[in-house]
Design a protein around this ligand. Sequence first.
Ligand code: MN
Length: 231
Amino acid sequence: MKYAIPPAPVVSLPVVGTDTQFPIRRVYCVGRNYVEHAQEMGFTGREAPFFFLKPTDAVVVAAAGQAIEIPYPSLTKSYHHEVELVVAISKGGTNIKAADAASHIFGYALGLDMTRRDLQGEQKKLGRPWEIGKAVDGSAPMGPVTPISASGEINSGAIALTVNGKTTQSSDVSKLIWNIGEIIEHLSAAWELQPGDVIMTGTPEGVAGVVAGDVMVATCAGVESLTVKVV
Ligand code: MN
């Protein structure tokens, strides 16, 4: 195979406890999946799950214990953090039942669904796609993947984000409106999931803007933490 230009590198996350990497294929995101976040965005929290994607090259990879930097992006005055549990898929499929979903999970990581909130809001009002708000360069920092063989299935546990040491988001994975099995059921009804796909499962309440110099630390019980500085 001769490429006309050099192909993009494979984006991959370190796998905790191994010398291997998890190669990312697609980045799916779930919108409004914690009741109190849906409410803070002006919704009831009872809608069916919906999905959007970020480009894989929006992912900024952190090794275990490594603080990473993301750029403050262009065009926005309101760049929001959203801490999320990320599910890494090892086995693809369509119409996966929630009860079988765990057998499709490779493991879990922490991620931030960074959002140009002002631009997202404008697009919503106009009935346009959200990409300019969500599919931002550098907008998906992610930490290492903890294999499900080590963590067990994660359906509960504290999830939180601090900014400069102050807690801004604090909830529990058990408060997901649609749990991980249900997310995989809905997602695989709409797309054929593929090995390497990752799912950002939604953010709890407390989203807020950051500025250059802010340091965010994301934590979730059973998952490697993630430290991200905005520059
Ligand atoms: Mn989100």
